[in-house]
Design a protein. Sequence first.
Length: 485
Amino acid sequence: MKKSALKISVVVPVRNASGTLADCLAAVLDQTEKPHEVIVVENDSDRETRSVIDDFRKRYPDLLKVVHEGIPGRASARNAGIARTQGDIIAMTDADCIVPKNWLERITHPIREEGESAVMGFEEPELENYWTRMRQKEDAEFAYSTFDGKYANHVDTKNFAIRADLMKRTMFDPELLAYEDWDLFLRLAKKGVKIRFLPDVIVRHRHNASFGELLKTQYTRARGMERAFVAHWNDPSFRDHYKEDASARSHRFWNFIAFIPWSVWQLVVNPTKAAFRIVSDAAWKAGLVIESISLRLVRLRIAIVRKLLGIQMETPEILAVFRAIRPPMNLLVFGAGNDSLFWREENRNGRTVFLEDEEAWLDRIRKQCPALELYRVDYGTRVSDWRTLINHPDELELKLPAAIRETAWDVVLVDGPQGYAPQKPGRMKSIFEASRLAKPGGSVFIHDSEREVEKEYGEKYLGKESIVEEAVGRAVMRRYLRILR
């Protein structure tokens, strides 16, 4: 296929955007370079937004596709859209943006004609007031401070294009409700991917236009960054990058200490920008502090529950899974035990299913909680056979009920069957099935990943490149994203 003939898929995540979506879609659908498809991801929106989507679907039945994603957040929404794309290049924008007529032609040109892997453009405010002007200036200063003349040191997916195969092998982290772009950049950088920056390819963005919305945006972004920071901290390559990252400097202790003198200095040297910078930085610091305090309180709660229920996993291992659960969602757990009631309660109003092979545990858990959705499985393997089985996926399939196979699982936890001795069943089949049952972009947790079987099978069937977190307690809890390979 000629590079110029590469098909382009456009992904637009939408949540309660009835006031901006029509203009966004009209611009995306009226391009000099026609897209192969436009995928609108409806992220549990209000009736008015769904009405706008339905109107465009009727007008463009062959071009516009609609995907529903019930888990809130841009990361989950984009993953749902990415999984449905059929193009060779994926272009992304947001529902509050208006792209120029030649947007697709220009944002994809370096990929189609110059061999680049990922490309980012810039933005300008659609609505003009003090807060939007100041934010635009700050964003521009940040962008150019990381720009070396060709590549940027961050990602902004409101004006972004990437090779589809690369994006499907990376995906967004659904655990992050904000700052998921920063996390994506970090993981692309680990793969050696550079972000080509085209500052003259500009989308018009309807920034949050009020003082209150600015506070909320900065506060939410900071909490997202703190969550990403916690998830990646055990990765040495992340720590090396973190030292140089412009956003991450705000995380340092001295930055908090210097806030008051810095604020006074801003009022003296640049009174025009001072109000914006002080308010923005205060909201950012509040987000970091609140997320950090929240995390400590959660750790304390988990430690107490762990003692009360007799859960063997240590607090860091439990916390890693806990942070990925945003009820109501679909949670599948291989292995039933003292922690089963905890997982069910944390996913309240969602669907939580347990798969167990030992009759003694089945009887015990059913007596403790008869309402639990629990199935018996037969593994028929031994740990000692893992090397023979690893390259034979046809021998790793489990007999599972249709109710399990037909569900898109948001989170899968592999904590069974037993695998600590050669004669035990081992987790070869459960890991293999987890790699197929988790939805694209979903999280798969593998407990005891310091052990050879769990490590080798996880990397074989989920991919070493898809590891996004390692929590270390008594054992290692690894989190993989279900990528499309």
